[in-house]
Structures are given as structure tokens and as C-alpha cells.
Design a protein around this ligand. Structure first.
Ligand code: DGY
Length: 324
């Protein structure tokens, strides 16, 4: 029997590679850091499957891989899939939902707390030897406990954030979503809100919506203007869901208090990006799910998706738009 060929454009745990090798011939990216698109393209001409993160799967990519049948994304977001191009070649596309919810929700709270309590700024203040007296009002922050949080995008990660907000910080939780989440309303006591009211009443606005045509620059000048001047904005979805210029302006003019960001319009962020000059922003390098435990789980799930699809079983996590 001919064994399918798979390129793994990631660094995978040994046991996951072993599992894959029981079913396919695998090649793994062994270079430093992330693989470039060009390098990946030069490795896929004979591959039936590719496991990757964030590299665009478009017409050009598919032309480089005439045998390709399965793309397994090692991420929950799949805005890198050109769904039309993939449909026209009958490509199976999968993602890794579920296993990263808690890691991302933890990180969101890291961003909330560090933006509100100015933890990164205060760390620098101590290291720079500026800690001379006890009561430096210039470094006071704002409270999180008991405040109002508005979550835009109430999927699994949104619910994990809501749990922490409700049961850990006794917050008043509002959400905005394409559809009502009746179970979450019952179990977590979260309340549905239209976007405008959510923005007006929240002390913390967390954007968790997937990036689609509809959510492109969902947060722009008007939306930041609606937010309270004392409010904190958090984005760990995708950079394209925010008009970054409008965000920078809102932060500079005091239209909002602070922001905690894990994602940007252009990644990696460019050194001259104005966000990096502002003290009221905490910037992270898109690491929402980056813990050893979660990344290992994501590797395992993406490997299982690939193997199941290649051996002709129904892969568990085919993205909804590509389901037959
Ligand atoms: C995802 O999986 O889509 C997240 O962006 C990871 O951080």
C-alpha cells in the first residue's frame, strides 16, 4: 500500500511524530523558529497533507502541491484558509478547537490585569531604579474585581473568559455574538448585549471574534469613541479585526485608558509601529495558546485530524465551511 506523504511545518513532540509515522511518511521542519512560506512551498510538491499554522492556503499554495488532499491547521483560527480555493480542489481543512480555550482565557486575564494595574510599566520602573518612595501616584492603575466586562465573540474561548470573570473576579459579564448563547446565559449568568451598548457600558472590552469579511476592522474610530475613557481594550483574536490606526489614536488622545494586545495588523509587528511607543499598551507576540501543555495538545489534535482524513475516516475537526 502506498503510504501518504505529509509535511509538518512545525516542531512536533517526538511521540506525535511517532504516531504519525505509523500511518504516513513524514517530513518535519527542522530549522530555527517558524518556517517561511517560500521554504514550505519548496517542500510540498509531492505531499498529500500539510500541517501548519497561519501560512495562507491560497491558489498559489495549492498549485505548488498538486497531490494535496488535507491541510491541518495547528490553530483554532483558520482565516489563513482561502475557502473558495480549497473547495475548488476538494481539500479537507481542519483546525484544533477546544484544547486551547483555557490557555487563551488565562492569557486574556494576564492582559487585563497587566493593562489595568500597569504591571509591565511598573516592572520597568523598578528595574530602572525609579522606586524611591512609597506612594507614586503616577503608577496607580484601575481595579478589575467587580467591574463590567464585555466579550465580543462568545465561542468556547469567550465562555472560558466569562467563567474567570464571573467566578474569579465577580464581574458583571456582557457578551455580543452572532447568535444568543442561552446555555451560557443560564450557567454563567452572562447577558447578551448589542455591540453599541456593550461598548458604552464595559470597563473591559475583550475582542475574541474570528476574523472574517464581516469582522474586518470591527473596532474602528466610532467603536473606540463609544468606549469609556477609563476602559481597557483587549485583543487576542486577529489583528485585522481592529483598525490599528484608530486604536493608536484612541490610546494617544485618552479616548480609552489602555490596551492589551496579542495580535496586530502585521505580524510580526514592525519596529516602527506607533503602538510600541505608547506606555498604556501591553504588547505580546501572538502567544495566546503558547504553553507547553497546550501546544503539545494542539500538535496531537492536528496530527489526529491529518491521519484520520488521510486514512479515509471522517476527521474530527473539519472546519464548518468545508464540511460536505
Ligand atoms: C489560534 O489558535 O488561532 C490562536 O491565535 C493561537 O494563539
Amino acid at each position: 500500500m502506498i503510504r501518504p506523504k505529509v509535511y509538518i511545518a512545525k516542531h512536533f513532540p517526538k511521540e506525535v511524530i511517532q504516531y504519525m509515522q505509523e500511518h504516513c511518511d513524514c517530513e518535519e521542519w527542522e530549522g530555527e523558529g517558524e518556517i517561511s512560506r517560500e521554504t514550505l512551498l519548496s517542500n510540498i510538491s509531492d505531499k498529500d497533507g500539510v500541517i501548519l499554522t497561519s501560512i495562507k492556503i491560497d491558489k498559489e499554495f495549492l498549485e505548488y502541491a498538486p497531490n494535496l488532499k488535507v491541510v491541518s491547521n495547528m490553530s483554532v483560527g483558520y482565516d489563513n484558509f482561502d475557502l473558495e480555493a480549497m473547495k475548488s480542489r476538494n481539500i479537507i481543512g481542519t483546525n484544533t478547537p477546544g484544547v486551547l480555550d483555557n490557555s487563551v482565557a488565562d492569557l486574556i486575564f494576564g492582559l487585563i490585569l497587566s493593562s489595568a494595574r500597569r504591571i509591565v510599566e511598573c516592572d520597568k520602573y523598578v528595574r530602572q531604579g525609579k522606586w524611591k518612595s512609597q506612594y507614586d501616584e503616577n503608577y496607580y492603575g484601575i481595579d478589575v474585581y467587580g467591574k463590567t466586562i464585555g466579550i465580543i465573540g462568545m465561542g468556547r474561548i469567550g465562555e472560558a473568559i466569562a467563567k474567570r470573570a464571573k467566578f474569579g473576579f465577580d464581574m458583571n459579564v456582557f457578551y455580543h455574538n452572532r447568535s444568543r448563547k442561552i446555555e451560557a446565559e443560564k450557567n454563567l449568568g452572562v447577558k447578551y448585549s448589542d455591540l453599541e451598548s456593550l461598548l458604552k457600558k464595559s470597563d473591559f472590552v475583550v475582542l475574541m471574534t474570528p476574523f472574517t469579511k464581516e469582522t474586518y476592522r470591527l473596532m474602528s474610530v466610532n467603536e473606540f469613541n463609544l468606549m469609556k475613557k477609563t476602559a481597557v481594550f483587549i485583543n487576542a483574536s486577529r489583528g485585522q479585526t481592529v483598525d490599528e490606526k484608530a486604536l493608536i489614536e484612541a490610546l494617544k488622545t485618552g479616548e480609552i485608558y489602555a490596551a492589551g494586545l496579542d495580535v496586530y495588523e502585521k505580524e510580526p509587528i514592525e519596529a516602527n509601529n506607533e503602538l510600541l511607543k505608547l506606555n498604556n499598551v501591553v504588547v505580546l507576540p501572538h502567544l495566546g495558546s503558547a504553553t507547553w501543555e497546550t501546544r503539545n495538545d494542539m500538535a496531537r489534535v492536528s496530527a489526529e485530524n491529518m491521519v484520520k482524513a488521510l486514512v479515509g475516516e471522517i476527521a474530527p475537526n473539519i472546519v464548518s465551511e468545508l464540511k460536505k
